[in-house]
Design a protein around this ligand. Structure first.
Ligand SMILES: Cc1ncc(COP(=O)(O)O)c(C=O)c1O
Length: 423
């Protein structure tokens, strides 16, 4: 989905990209490993690994101390925050670091929930990962009413009429995913943010699945909160939350007394994972270099990140088109989600399928033995597998492509699946 920031043409140097990721060179049973498990967590470039170990080797300390390694730690966290602010297009004090998206969402749901009670409503969707569902549903214990919008089973797109109907003057918060980690649908989040605002409700966007595939611009989106996980976009295992400054100031976190009232630190409890924060800075550096190589005329870090997305988008799209076309030709295969290439702007390259009587686990195991890393099950998108009635029979086989995958890997996966399916 190109945005106003995306303008001139760019190119992706896939050889350079793959050389950045040491894990991509592994083999399984003599076959090259093919990482199609990005939706569960992507691989990391060497610079992220180096940044984590360099931090531990040279600067390992707690924050706020009057000595060199502690000062270096403070400076490193500030740099990483500024880098993430460019990545999301916000200010650095609107960036909150946390262990993962789920924990950050429970943090916010408890703080926002303090102010809610009977008569207040929260609108969720059945297409979302459970991490953007259960933390809000827990507020039923305070008398809050939860309304969950459905999705269209035929193509796994959100039922926007149902969603619009469920948002009312009682709605206090609308929580929705940017893209589905199960079936790849990209939701009309700008429209949903607008509907929430019109009703006087706060919007909370789970961008975990979208972030490796599309540019985030929280200012253009005008959302109130947006959460993502750096381990899904080539960084270490951590979560990041954007909150509009006014909200981070006005909502009251549960916290220990020595924690200051300053944002964003009042939302960051205890000692953070400093080595991973060093890795987050290196992860944004990777995006920046990817963009600079794709379009050498870029001037700022943000422009580089925009250029990086411009470069990866056509590659991911071409792989998705070939993969989905090839999958649909496998007899007995059922694809869940958008399959019409004319509508691929509304999906990312995350593909859920089932094949005949094979269970997803059986398929994933056979693929795994051949070096293809895919997922089976519900990936915590429990409402999706329940609504589509595949939960009891093992969910889906999920094939996830990111920009370090290749067209050759797509062809090899298709050949392996045809063989396994007995075609
Ligand atoms: C769409 C989506 N939201 C939320 C999460 C939870 O993220 P975390 O593991 O950072 O808590 C995931 C993890 O797979 C996800 O795919």
């Amino acid at each position: 989905m190109p945005t106003a920031e995306q303008t001139s043409s760019t190119s992706l140097d896939l050889t350079w990209v793959r050389a950045q990721f040491p894990s991509l060179a592994q083999t399984v049973n003599g076959q090259p490993a093919v990482f199609l498990d990005g939706p569960g967590g992507t691989q990391v470039p060497q610079r992220v690994i180096d940044a984590i170990s360099d931090y531990l080797a040279r600067n390992n300390a707690n924050t706020g101390g009057a000595y060199a390694t502690s000062r270096n730690t403070d400076a490193m966290i500030a740099e990483a925050r500024a880098a993430m602010a460019d990545f999301l297009k916000c200010d650095a004090d609107e960036v909150v670091f946390g262990p993962n998206m789920t924990t950050l969402t429970y943090t916010m749901s408890r703080a926002i929930g303090r102010e809610l009670g009977p008569g207040d409503e929260i609108v969720l969707t059945l297409l979302d990962h459970d991490a953007n569902f259960s933390p809000w549903k827990a507020l039923e214990e305070k008398g809050v009413t939860i309304r969950a919008a459905n999705f269209n089973p035929a193509d796994c797109t959100l039922d926007m009429n149902d969603l619009a109907r469920k948002i009312s003057s009682h709605t206090r918060l609308v929580a929705v995913g940017y893209a589905s980690n199960a079936v790849g649908t990209i939701n009309s989040v700008a429209e949903i943010v607008r509907l929430a605002r019109q009703a006087g409700a706060v919007s909370y966007i789970d961008a975990v699945h979208y972030t490796p595939h599309g540019l985030i611009d929280v200012r253009a989106l005008d959302c109130d909160f947006l959460v993502c996980s750096t381990y899904k976009f080539f960084g270490p295992h951590m979560g990041v939350l954007y909150g509009k400054r006014e909200h981070l100031k006005n909502f009251q976190p549960y916290k220990v007394r020595p924690n200051t009232n300053n944002i964003p630190n009042c939302w960051e409890w205890g000692t953070l994972n400093h080595e991973c924060i060093a890795g987050i800075k290196a992860c944004v550096d990777y995006w920046e270099e990817l963009g600079r190589r794709a379009r050498p005329s870029v001037r700022t870090r943000r422009e580089s990140i925009v250029a990086a997305h411009e470069a990866i988008h056509p590659h991911e799209r071409a792989m998705a088109e070939r993969m989905i076309g090839g999958l649909l030709a496998v007899p007995g295969l059922k694809l869940y989600g958008i399959s019409d290439p004319d509508r691929f702007d509304h999906r990312c390259a995350t593909i859920a399928v089932r094949i005949g009587s094979h269970t997803p686990l059986e398929l994933a195991t056979k693929l795994g033995d051949r070096g293809f890393f895919t997922w089976d099950g519900n990936y915590y998108a429990l409402n999706v597998t329940e609504q589509l009635d595949v939960e009891k029979s093992g969910g889906f086989l999920r094939i996830g492509l990111v920009h370090y995958n290749t067209m050759e890997e797509v062809e090899r996966l298709l050949a392996a699946l045809r063989e396994i399916a007995g075609v």
